[in-house]
Design a protein around this ligand. Structure first.
Ligand code: PBG
Length: 328
């Protein structure tokens, strides 16, 4: 006979905070969190991002201070995005691969300050730097040109490695990008630089606030290169490709609307799995909390715990430092 009520009462293990803590299946440690950060060219003060209250576009100096704070809090890494001056954008995103471009200057400053004390990651994508806002270069007819874009990513990757990034995050969803960047790095004697592949990156309405965060020039959408929200099986295909091309870690993004995909990838992946709690996820919780409609602290803890529970080894979240300081 199987044990059942009234002998079995699951509520006994929920009775006190101490019992709940003892039997909690999922933990979130600061070392598992990565802080995404924005560094903007030609500003003398940090610029607030209206749709992401509490997140700013940093100056190089404020970036250094915030990264230092994150590292002291025990955060596992930082992921840097660059915001160039509008006048420096062009169709090829040229400034992305220039050593004195804002992203590369930010990386160099962080590496000089922090050395190997944390993992310094770079967004390897063109959308912040292109005048049209797409993640790649365009053909004459205005399509995103996969192979020409991958060449630009390789140039960008070499510049980021040179600037001091430990790990690159190619986020543009071009076919073959991981393999091409791996070869370019290896060919330049940079086999030491690792790749965090944006393996299953979905075309998402929840990126909205990020577009403000990076001053994106995009009109239209990214549906010809990012995945369709309807597709689950396709993530397995992208995983196989990224593994074959040499990904060191793989990522699912966004997190909260794609926890099933995350669980699939976590079950199948032989390499560590990351998930990105994106700008819209941050904005929704923040806005609801500001209206008094939701308990901010509890929602932060629950959302990040859920991403870990679904299988993420690493979570990119704009709350990384705060979580490490207040909840870990
Ligand atoms: C594009 C990129 C995006 C994000 C990270 N890299 C946005 C997009 O694909 O439009 C989103 C991050 C976030 O929303 O927090 N290279």
């Amino acid at each position: 006979m199987t044990a059942s009520f009234p002998n079995v009462r699951p509520r006994r293990l929920r009775a006190t905070p101490a019992i709940r803590r003892l039997v909690a299946e999922t933990t979130v440690a600061p070392r598992q969190l990565v802080l995404p950060m924005f560094v903007r060219d030609k500003v003398s003060e940090p610029v607030p991002i209206a749709s992401m209250p509490g997140v700013v576009q940093h100056t190089v100096d404020s970036l250094r201070a915030a990264a230092d704070e994150a590292v002291r809090a025990g955060v596992g890494g930082v992921m840097l995005f660059g915001v160039p001056d509008e006048a420096d954008k062009d169709p090829a995103g040229t400034v992305a691969s220039e050593p004195d471009g804002i992203l590369n200057r930010g990386l160099a400053a962080l590496r000089a300050d922090l050395g190997d004390a944390t993992v310094i990651m770079a967004d390897t994508c063109l959308d912040e730097f292109t005048s049209h806002g797409h993640c790649g270069v365009l053909t004459d007819s205005g399509e995103v040109d996969n192979d020409a874009t991958v060449e630009r990513y390789c140039a960008m990757a070499l510049a980021q490695a040179e600037a001091g990034a430990h790990m690159l995050g190619p986020s543009g969803m071009m076919d073959g990008q991981i393999g091409a960047i791996r070869s370019a790095l290896d060919g330049a004697g940079r086999a030491d630089v690792s790749l965090l592949a944006y393996t299953a990156k979905y075309s998402s309405a929840f990126y909205g606030p990020f577009r403000e965060a990076v001053g994106s020039s995009l009109e239209g959408d990214r549906r010809t290169y990012q995945q369709d929200a309807a597709n689950r099986r396709e993530a397995r295909r992208e995983l196989e490709l990224d593994l074959a091309e040499g990904a060191d870690l793989v990522m699912v993004k966004p997190a909260m609307s794609y926890l099933d995909v995350l669980a699939d990838v976590a079950a199948a992946s032989p390499v560590p799995v990351a998930a990105y709690q994106i700008s819209g996820e941050y904005a929704m919780i923040t806005a609801a909390a500001q209206n008094g409609w939701i308990d901010r602290d509890a929602a932060i803890v629950e959302s990040i715990t859920a991403i870990r529970r679904a299988g993420a080894d690493v979570v990119l979240t704009y709350w990384a430092t705060e979580f490490a300081q207040r909840f870990a």
